[in-house]
Ligand binder design. Structure first.
Ligand SMILES: [Zn+2]
Ligand SMILES: [Zn+2]
Length: 304
């Protein structure tokens, strides 16, 4: 809760007029407890889990040739009941693990000192803080994910997430509750190391969810803005990890590709890209669909 009763008090304390964003924040948050503001995360996540994958659901159901040509594994189709079943399971895990994790983690957030007051962080401050959060999560997630691919971790926990060998946007958070908690740790690590403003924390939670939905979308659109981010993995990169499954030992990274490159866990994917390129040319000369090349190659890799 802000320590000011009226806007003028805040302006006197800051020694200047509030910006437009600060005025909105003051009006919205001044009478709300920090815990209540923190709980907004749960609502944001619920909305993101539900609304952001919807365009991908419609694209899948439309079965339009113009859109399907961007589908990474175009042979695999999901019906509406299939996707609804996925959403139902995701919501069960949300109620069981994600919601409680968000609500009960507040004492830690309070302890490290994520603030809700004024002034608000500037745009550039938020950018650099979010970048730190992404890098910290990406590196931690790489190792935790790799650990989940050990025999015990895969059989007992991670297998659930890999039920989708052709991922869809709705299946981004489709995972065992224990995996949600394990990988949730990686997401909290950045804000715990560099605690800043609640708005930055909200943005971080939204950003990582949007990123997970995009990388599981199953579509590789050439105009995706993330293609301009250096070392960004993206949908095609993570799709490969799902297709080859538990045996892949490849493409563990969740955002950037550098960990896989440094630790040598992208060799299969790089080989695939090379062979896939040649295969695509061959199939194109025969007038066949691009998606087939991926399918044939992955089948070949699985049989080895
Ligand atoms: Zn995996
Ligand atoms: Zn995945």
């Amino acid at each position: 809760m802000l320590p000011y009763q009226i806007l003028e008090e805040a302006e006197t304390a800051l020694g200047r007029n509030l910006t437009f964003a600060e005025t909105i924040w003051f009006k919205y948050s001044s009478q709300k407890s920090d815990y209540f503001l923190y709980c907004h995360n749960t609502i944001f996540l619920f909305l993101f889990y539900t609304l952001v994958p919807l365009p991908y659901v419609f694209m899948e159901l439309m079965q339009s040739k113009n859109i399907d040509k961007f589908e990474i594994q175009s042979k695999v189709k999901n019906s509406f009941p299939d996707m609804f079943r996925c959403y139902k399971t995701v919501m069960q895990t949300f109620v069981l693990a994600v919601g409680p994790l968000q609500l009960f983690s507040y004492p830690v957030i309070e302890w490290v000192g994520i603030r809700t007051g004024l002034p608000l962080p500037s745009g550039s401050e938020m950018f650099w803080q979010l970048l730190v959060y992404v890098v910290v999560e990406d590196y931690t997630n790489y190792w935790l994910h790799r650990l989940l691919h050990c025999e015990w971790g895969y059989e007992k926990i991670h297998r659930v997430h890999h039920e989708y060998t052709a991922p869809i946007g709705l299946a981004a958070p489709y995972a065992h509750w224990a995996e949600v908690l394990i990988l949730g740790f990686a997401s909290f690590l950045g804000p715990l190391m560099v605690p800043r403003h609640m708005i930055t924390f909200w943005l971080w939670m939204i950003l990582r969810q949007a990123k997970a939905i995009e990388t599981h979308s199953g579509y590789d659109f050439p105009w995706t803005p993330t293609k301009y981010i250096p070392f960004y993995g993206g949908a095609k990169y993570h799709d490969y990890h799902h297709y080859v499954g538990g045996r892949s030992q490849s493409n563990f990274a969740s955002v950037f590709t550098y960990c896989d490159y440094i630790y040598g866990t992208d060799k299969g994917y790089r080989y695939q890209k090379e062979v896939f390129g040649k295969l695509k040319e061959k199939l194109r000369s025969k007038g066949e669909e691009n998606g087939d090349a991926y399918h044939i190659f992955a089948q070949d890799l699985k049989s080895k």
